[in-house]
Every structure is written in C-alpha cells, then in structure tokens.
Design a protein around this ligand. Structure first.
Ligand SMILES: [Zn+2]
Ligand SMILES: [Zn+2]
Length: 136
C-alpha cells in the first residue's frame, strides 16, 4: 500500500509505497534520545520526498542515519545505508490508523516506567539483531 506524510511544518512531504503496517516499537537508548520516547516506525519499500533540501541527516551509527526536517525539527526516518532501506516514523504519516503494533524491540533497554499493552513479540536487542542476521 501507498501512503503520504509530512513533517510538522510541511517543508518536507513524502509518498511511500509498500508500507509495512505492522510496526515495531524500539526502546533502545538511541531512539529514546532521538525521539524523546520509544520510536514507532514503519518499513517502506520506496519513498519519494518533496522539499528534500529541507531534510538533514545525522549518521547515528556505522550502518544507519536518521533524517529530520531542518526547519521544524520533526524526526522523519531511520535509514539503513546498506541496503538502502527507509524506516519511517509512523507519526509522520497522514493516516495513523493504518498502523498496528507488531512487536517491540530492545525491551532490555526499556525504562520500567511505561509498558505497551497487547500480545505481540518482545525482543531484546540481542534477539532482534540475531533475527535480522546482525548478531555480534
Ligand atoms: Zn518541518
Ligand atoms: Zn532504537
């Protein structure tokens, strides 16, 4: 499926295709530091941006960067550099109702002060890395 979205100020817009609607919540300390809370983001097959000049990226690790709007500061995406893969913040999409929580990752880094309800897989950071073939 295809879906549209934008940052808070509208300087960056996007149309994403092949949007995965079962999303992961990531509780890792980097995501929490970046977003101010857990990161809910959807993997997309393809994405085209409008106002691309307004996107700034921060290389947060050897293998990934994080993109945000340089005007309003909205977090937009996490991008795996190799292979080129965008995981887009669910809050940036026009229609938030299309998403459901498919799993939680880095539960070992989750602060004890909140919990997500629901019966879905919960993986530690190590279990998650193993599941995507990136175990240390
Ligand atoms: Zn903006
Ligand atoms: Zn994370």
């Amino acid at each position: 499926m295809s879906a549209k979205g934008k940052c808070l100020c509208g300087a960056v817009t996007f149309t994403a295709d092949e949007v995965e609607t079962h999303v992961h919540a990531c509780h890792c300390s980097m995501c929490r530091n970046w977003t101010g809370g857990p990161l809910l983001a959807a993997q997309v097959g393809k994405i085209e941006f409008g106002g691309e000049d307004n996107i700034k990226t921060f290389r947060s690790s050897e293998w990934a960067e994080r993109g945000f709007c340089s005007v309003c500061g909205s977090n937009l995406f996490y991008r795996m550099i190799e292979p080129n893969m965008y995981i887009v913040c669910t809050g940036s999409f026009e229609d938030a109702e299309q998403f459901s929580l498919g799993g939680e990752i880095y539960v070992d880094e989750k602060p004890k002060g909140y919990d997500f309800a629901g019966d879905h897989p919960r993986m530690t950071g190590e279990e998650f890395l193993k599941s995507i073939g990136m175990a240390p």
